[in-house]
Design a protein around this ligand. Structure first.
Ligand SMILES: NC(=O)c1ccc[n+]([C@@H]2O[C@H](COP(=O)([O-])OP(=O)(O)OC[C@H]3O[C@@H](n4cnc5c(N)ncnc54)[C@H](O)[C@@H]3O)[C@@H](O)[C@H]2O)c1
Length: 697
């Protein structure tokens, strides 16, 4: 039973005990109802205290039960709360540390609530596309007032207990207990043991002096801020109902809204992303208790675009960093950019000056490899050239202390080859940051053939420390993200040849939800990067079909924003993409040389050709073991490539459409003589799952 029962004098204490956060799994729910029943039956018991063991009162639903029959098994949370309300003896919730979601709803079903200061109180269901489903939307307004409750429910953000306790007229907390919570809770239980009738939150009155106007205002605000997500507006509906309907009718409406949201693709996508994020840290052959190496000092090689950003991550986390460059000027330039970035944050009020000073004080520079000898880890971010990497890794091998981790930020080169430049390939790993490295959430952690398990475990833990979403990738050209984007770009090229303009493709993808369409993205990242990669690729694979349009663009010197022109024109100093006559003429001329008569292409076709290109390559990446699981691919795309969260990532989107339908559409694309037949052969994993009626997840 995940809850214990003990007698403290004439008070029964029920302690939820389901680590790590006392999730309200089936066993815990049973423990609660059994405990309440036992206390009713014992004439010596005058009152009941409910609390949580360890690090939380309760974090809410047990996510391990999501999607299993146990989640729905009786007693469900609603039944538990009814049992608490029905208790003939007062029930006091003794709340500490974390009280969220179902945990807060449980507490609201108790007659009294006492709490330690510093407790994080929240109803975060909106973050997984839902509304609270066990009375939160009806009870919280009754104890905190409509406006505070709605703010909490719509944002899902946590508020500290002592802040809530200070709100005028609040009835959430009967007492804030400084010092020992259990001592205070037992004393409070003794105080209220004989009070009758027992107070119930459901009996409290709730109203708003100008309800209609207020809820109209809330709907406008919330609707504008949550375009792709239905749940926030439903939060408003549910809270509005608490002022309009009788309690039980409000509960009924809450349940209906909750159940309807549960089946929306948006909630499915958010729940998927929530679970996917947690799954990324699980590496089957590297258990969670794998010992890690201490990283108390970091070295970075190269103070360019990436080196500077990478260094900032560690400075922000309080880790001292030394940067090495070839020339003093490069160091000065790199340092100035780091300082400028921090100063911009100070100007915006996001960083205090003393923090800036503290961070800069952690940073040192050198031109001499000997100065790296006391670093526990080094991240190389020099030019993307194997010969340069070879020199750097040989130098590092010579000076770094035994056991130091040697990481490369390469985006395209073979990490196994880089490891072989050293006599310690087990200590070598890839850390592929995304630009700007101090901002982007994604970190692809590239596991080489010989990378030691503790090195991988250390880097995953370090990634978490610098607040990245770390996804493990095997070694292959482009790793997970860029290997897939290459196929996406190939399709984008074919679309131009067949009749689209760059703006039409970008608009369709942005309407689908991508942060940026492929051509705007190319202009931002620099079209020359892909040009360079294609030159190499098509030397290796001369028969691979691709559109030469992007090469022609680069031959015109139109590399993107950095040259003031790319797929679009740019006014000096501006980033607005203006459709370009030069580019349209170039595309039309190119079509003529190919003998193509342009056709009208629908937004649907654009979206599906680009997204299914990602999906098919993603399936190959999972099949080859480059990615550990399909959901890792979704995390790469959600956190590194601006894929819309409400779609859950490319693989989740394919699941939502149905893999059978995805494959059928791919077959249609394969029949297009202007497309690449080979390209649309379903990856073996995709074909298999589609045939068996299964999904990636
Ligand atoms: N720019 C991106 O978007 C991006 C994204 C992910 C990964 N990467 C990878 O990161 C690495 C660095 O890219 P970048 O964009 O920062 O390049 P960059 O040209 O901006 O910076 C490279 C820096 O390395 C220095 N350098 C070169 N050789 C050196 C040596 N032998 N010793 C010490 N310093 C040396 C240069 O002086 C320069 O300051 C590359 O491997 C690149 O593929 C880049």
């Amino acid at each position: 039973m995940s809850a214990t029962y003990e007698l403290r004098g004439n008070v029964a204490v029920i302690t939820m005990n389901n680590p790590p956060v006392n999730g309200l799994g089936h066993e815990t729910r049973l423990g609660l109802t059994n405990g309440v029943e036992r206390a009713q039956a014992d004439a010596a018991v005058k009152a009941i205290v409910i609390t949580g063991a360890g690090k939380a009162f309760s974090g809410g639903a047990d996510i391990r039960e999501f999607g299993t029959p146990k989640a729905l098994a009786e007693p469900n949370l609603l039944s538990v709360i009814l049992a608490l309300e029905a208790s003939s003896k007062p029930v006091v919730a003794a709340i500490h540390s974390v009280c969220m979601g179902g945990g807060l709803e449980l507490a609201l079903g108790c007659h009294y609530r006492v709490a330690s200061p510093g407790t994080q109180v929240a109803l975060p269901e909106v973050k997984i596309g839902l509304i609270p489903g066990a009375g939160g939307t009806q009870r919280l307004p009754r104890v905190l007032g409509v406006e505070t409750a709605l703010n909490m429910i719509v944002s899902g953000e946590a508020v500290k207990s002592e802040v809530l306790a200070q709100l005028p007229g609040q009835r959430l907390f009967h007492k804030i207990i400084e010092g020992d919570l259990m001592v205070g809770a037992l004393a409070y239980a003794a105080e209220v043991a004989d009070v009758r009738p027992l107070p119930l939150v459901r009996d409290l009155k709730v109203s708003h002096p100008s309800a209609d106007a207020y809820f109209q205002f809330a709907r406008n605000m919330v609707g504008g801020m949550s375009k792709n997500f239905p749940a926030p507006l439903k939060c408003v509906d549910a809270v509005a109902a608490s002022t309009r309907l009788k309690f039980d009718d409000g509960m009924k409406l809450e349940r209906e809204l909750f159940t309807a949201l549960m089946f929306t693709p948006e909630s499915r996508a958010l729940r998927h992303a929530f679970m996917a994020e947690r799954a990324t840290t699980k590496i089957p052959d590297v258990p969670a208790d794998t010992p890690v190496r201490a990283v108390n000092k970091l070295a970075v090689i190269g103070a360019g675009t990436m080196g500077g950003g990478i260094a900032m991550n560690f400075l922000n986390a309080g880790v001292p960093v030394v940067i090495l460059e070839m020339k003093q000027e490069a160091l000065d330039k790199g340092l100035a950019i780091i300082r400028k970035n921090y100063e911009a944050q100070v100007k915006k009020g996001k960083l205090k000056q003393d923090k800036l000073d503290a961070r800069m004080a952690l940073l040192s520079t050198t031109l001499d490899y000997a100065d790296l000898k006391d670093a526990d880890m080094v991240i190389e971010a020099v030019f993307e050239d194997m010969a340069v990497k070879e020199k750097v890794f040989q130098a590092l091998d010579a000076v770094m202390k035994p056991g130091a981790i040697l990481a490369s930020n390469t985006s395209t080169l073979d990490v196994n080859k880089i490891a072989a430049f050293t006599k310690r390939p087990q200590d070598v790993i890839g850390t592929h940051f995304f630009s700007p490295a101090n901002v982007m959430k994604l970190l692809e952690v590239v596991r080489g053939e010989k990378t030691a398990k503790d090195v991988l475990a250390t880097v995953m833990q370090l990634g978490k420390k610098i607040k990245k979403t770390c996804v493990v990738s095997g070694v292959c050209d482009g790793f997970i993200g860029n290997r897939m984007i290459e196929q996406y770009s190939r399709q984008a090229g074919f679309l131009l040849e067949e009749g689209c303009t760059p703006a039409q493709v970008d608009k369709a993808m942005e309407k689908f939800g991508m942060a940026m369409g492929p051509f705007r993205m190319g202009d931002l990242a620099g079209n020359d990067v892909g040009w360079y990669i294609r030159k190499r690729r098509y030397l290796e694979k001369p028969n691979l079909r691709y559109s030469k349009t992007a090469d022609l663009l680069c031959e015109l010197g139109r590399f993107g924003q950095k040259t003031g022109a790319g797929w679009y024109d740019y006014a000096p100093g501006k980033r607005d993409a203006i459709p370009s006559k030069v580019v349209t003429d170039m595309i039309e001329a190119h079509r003529k040389t190919l003998g193509i008569t342009p056709r009208k292409i629908s937004d649907d076709e654009i979206v599906h050709r680009l997204v299914y290109a990602l999906v098919n390559e993603g399936a190959k990446i999972v099949d080859e073991g480059i990615a550990l699981r399909a959901s890792d691919i979704d995390m790469v795309y959600l956190t590194g490539y601006g894929f819309p969260l409400h779609r859950g990532g490319p693989m989740c989107y394919a699941d939502t459409v149905g893999l059978f339908n995805v494959v059928a559409t791919m077959k249609r694309f394969a029949a297009n003589p202007l497309d690449d037949r080979e390209f649309w052969q379903p990856a073996p994993l995709l074909a298999r799952l589609a045939a068996e009626g299964r999904t990636f997840s």
